[in-house]
Design a protein around this ligand. Structure first.
Ligand code: SAH
Ligand code: SF4
Ligand code: F3S
Length: 495
C-alpha cells in the first residue's frame, strides 16, 4: 500500500496549485466543452441537442460533499447538466469514503451494478474518486476486477480531473492515485446545493493519526486555506442568498497552525476563533456552524466565541470516541476523560443552551467490557443530544489494524445495542425538554415523506418538522415544539 507513515513530517506541505497549472486545467475544461458540443447527437440518454447529463454520488463526510461541489463546478463548466440517477447518465461519478468497511462495500456494490448499464450505453463514462481511491490496493482491485470503470483518481488528483477526463475521452482507461500530499486549488467555482446552507472548507487533511483512522493517509497533512479566500467564499454565498455556513475541517481547532509556520509575506493569519468572528460580520449570513473539533485542541477563545457571537450556533460536536483512558491512549487521542469532562463542564457553564453531540467507536482492539462501561458512564454524565456511533472497522495500513481484539463480534454487537438503548433514552428526554418552547428554525425544504410538511433545523442543529408553505424555504420561522421523538422534533408555526 502506498501510504505515508512518517508522522513527524514537518516539511512545508502548504502548496497552492499554481495559477499556471489551473490555467492548464481550464484549457482541458474548454476542450471537453467543445468536444461535447460537437457530439451532441451522441449523448447517451436524452433528446438530441440536450446537454449531456452527469450523475454524481457522494459517500462519507461533509469534506467529501464539498469536494463533490468542486467536481460539479468543473462538470458544469464543461457543459454537463446533472441528473439524479445513474440510469441514462452520460457520466457517472462516485466520490468515495474509506473510513469504514461498510462504506467501501457499498461503493463496490454500486460500481458492480453499473456494468450492465454500461453494456447498454457503451458511451457512458464511469469515474470513481475520493478517499477510497487514494489507497493503492483498492485502485488495483478496480483496475483488475471492474474493467468497465474508465477513470480512477485519488483525493490528491482532484484538481487534475479535467485533464484526466479528457484522456478518458480519447479512449483510455486512466488511473491516477499518486500520493502528492498537500494541494489546495482555488480557481474553480463550487456548484453548491441550493440555499440556505453552504459548506465552506477551511482546511484539508489531518495530522492526528488516531490509530484506527484512515483519513490522514488518504487526505494528507493539514493545510489551511487563507482567511482571504475563505472570506471571499462567505461573501459570495451571502450574496447568493445563503443564510447559514458550515466551516469544514477534520480538526478546525488547528486551523492556520500550518500558515503560521510558513512565512507568507503580508498574508493575515487568523486563528479559528478569529476567523469565526470575521465570518459573523458578513451581512446576510445569520448562522455559523463548524465541524469537527478535536478535544485536545479546543481553546477557551473558541468557547468564548460561541458564547458571545449570536450568529455562532450554540452547538458543539466534540468526538470523545470512548470513555476509557486506557483505550483513548491506544487510540492516540491525546486527552484523558478527565480533561474531556473539564471542557464539557466549561462549555455547559458558558453556554447553558448548548446542543452537544459526539462520535463513539465500540469494539476498538483491546477494549474490554470494563472499558465499555466507562463509555456508558460518559454518555450518562455528558447527556449528549445525539451520538454518532460506529463499530470499529479495521483499516489496512493503520496501527490499530495489527492490535489484537479482546472481545468477540457478538460481545461487541451486544455492547453496541446496549449503548444505543442508553443513548436513545437520553436523546428522547433531551428532546422532550424542548416541548412547549418556541424555536427559531431555518427552513431547508419540504419533507421527503410528506409534501405538506416543511423541515428545517433549530439553532442546535436538530431537525424540526412542521406544516407550512413552500414559500418559507430559506426563511427563519418561529416554531412551537409540540411533539418530541428520539431523532427529531415536531411543531407548529407561531404567527
Ligand atoms: N476528524 C473527525 C472525524 C473523522 S471520521 C474527528 O476526529 O472527529 C468520523 C468518525 O468516524 C470518527 O470520529 C470516528 O468515530 C469514526 N471512525 C473513524 N475511523 C473509524 C474506524 N476505523 N472504525 C470505526 N469508526 C471509525
Ligand atoms: Fe481521523 Fe483522528 Fe484525524 Fe479525526 S482527528 S480524521 S479521527 S485521525
Ligand atoms: Fe470518509 Fe474521506 Fe471523509 S475517508 S469520512 S470521506 S475524509
Amino acid at each position: 500500500m502506498q501510504i505515508e507513515s512518517d508522522q513527524n513530517n514537518n516539511k512545508n506541505n502548504n502548496k497552492y496549485i499554481s495559477h499556471e497549472e489551473m490555467e492548464r486545467q481550464r484549457e482541458f475544461i474548454e476542450k471537453i466543452r467543445l468536444r461535447l458540443e460537437a457530439n451532441r447527437e451522441n449523448i447517451v440518454s436524452d433528446q438530441a441537442g440536450a446537454k449531456p447529463k452527469a450523475f454524481v454520488e457522494t459517500y462519507g463526510c461533509q469534506q467529501n460533499e464539498s469536494d463533490s461541489e468542486k467536481i460539479k463546478g468543473m462538470l458544469w463548466d464543461m457543459g454537463y447538466d446533472f441528473c439524479d440517477k445513474p440510469d441514462g447518465a452520460d457520466l457517472v461519478l462516485y466520490n468515495t469514503c474509506a473510513v469504514r468497511e461498510n462504506a467501501e462495500l457499498r461503493v463496490f456494490g454500486n460500481i458492480g451494478a453499473l456494468k450492465h448499464k454500461k453494456r447498454k450505453n457503451p458511451n457512458m463514462i464511469i469515474c470513481v474518486c475520493g478517499c477510497m481511491m487514494q489507497q493503492e490496493h483498492i485502485a488495483n482491485t478496480i483496475k483488475q476486477k471492474y474493467k468497465h470503470v474508465d477513470l480512477v483518481f485519488g483525493t490528491h488528483a482532484l484538481y487534475r480531473f479535467p485533464e484526466l477526463l479528457y484522456e478518458v475521452m480519447k479512449n483510455e482507461r486512466v488511473f491516477d492515485t499518486k500520493n502528492e500530499d498537500g494541494s489546495i486549488f482555488e480557481e474553480i467555482s463550487f456548484k453548491r446545493e441550493k440555499p440556505p446552507l453552504a459548506k465552506i472548507p477551511i482546511m484539508y487533511g489531518c495530522n492526528n493519526f488516531c490509530t484506527y483512522c484512515i483519513v490522514p493517509y488518504v487526505r494528507g497533512r493539514e493545510r489551511s486555506r487563507s482567511a482571504e479566500n475563505i472570506m471571499k467564499d462567505v461573501r459570495e454565498v451571502a450574496e447568493a442568498g445563503y443564510k447559514e455556513v458550515m466551516l469544514l475541517g477534520q480538526n478546525v481547532n488547528s486551523y492556520a497552525l500550518d500558515l503560521l509556520k510558513d512565512e507568507r509575506g503580508d498574508e493575515t493569519v487568523l486563528s479559528f476563533p478569529q476567523l469565526l468572528r470575521e465570518v459573523c460580520k458578513i451581512d446576510g449570513i445569520e448562522r455559523v456552524r463548524f465541524m469537527t473539533s478535536h478535544p485536545k485542541d479546543i481553546s477557551d477563545e473558541l468557547i468564548d466565541a460561541i458564547a458571545e457571537e449570536p450568529k455562532i450556533c450554540n452547538q458543539l460536536h466534540l468526538p470523545v470516541q470512548c470513555g476509557s483512558d486506557r483505550v483513548l491512549k491506544l487510540m492516540n487521542r491525546r486527552y484523558t476523560t478527565e480533561k474531556y469532562l473539564e471542557i464539557i463542564k466549561k462549555v455547559k457553564e458558558r453556554i447553558p443552551d448548548i446542543t452537544l453531540t459526539t462520535d463513539i467507536i465500540v469494539g476498538f482492539p483491546g477494549e474490554t467490557n470494563e472499558d465499555f462501561e466507562r463509555t456508558l458512564d460518559i454518555l450518562k454524565e455528558v447527556e449528549y443530544d445525539t451520538i454518532f456511533s460506529f463499530i470499529y472497522s479495521k483499516r489496512v495500513g493503520t496501527p490499530a489494524a495489527s492490535m489484537p481484539q479482546s472481545l468477540t463480534d457478538e460481545e461487541i454487537h451486544a455492547n453496541f445495542d446496549r449503548m444505543l438503548a442508553v443513548q436513545n433514552e437520553i436523546s428522547k428526554r433531551k428532546n422532550e425538554a424542548r416541548l412547549g418552547r418556541v424555536e427559531k428554525v431555518l427552513v431547508e425544504g419540504v419533507s421527503k415523506t410528506d409534501p405538506n410538511t416543511l423541515t428545517g433545523r433549530n439553532e442546535g442543529g436538530k431537525v424540526v418538522n412542521f406544516a407550512g408553505d413552500k414559500s418559507l424555504i430559506c426563511e427563519f420561522v418561529d416554531v412551537k415544539i409540540t411533539k418530541a421523538q428520539t431523532w427529531s422534533l415536531f411543531g407548529e408555526i407561531v404567527k
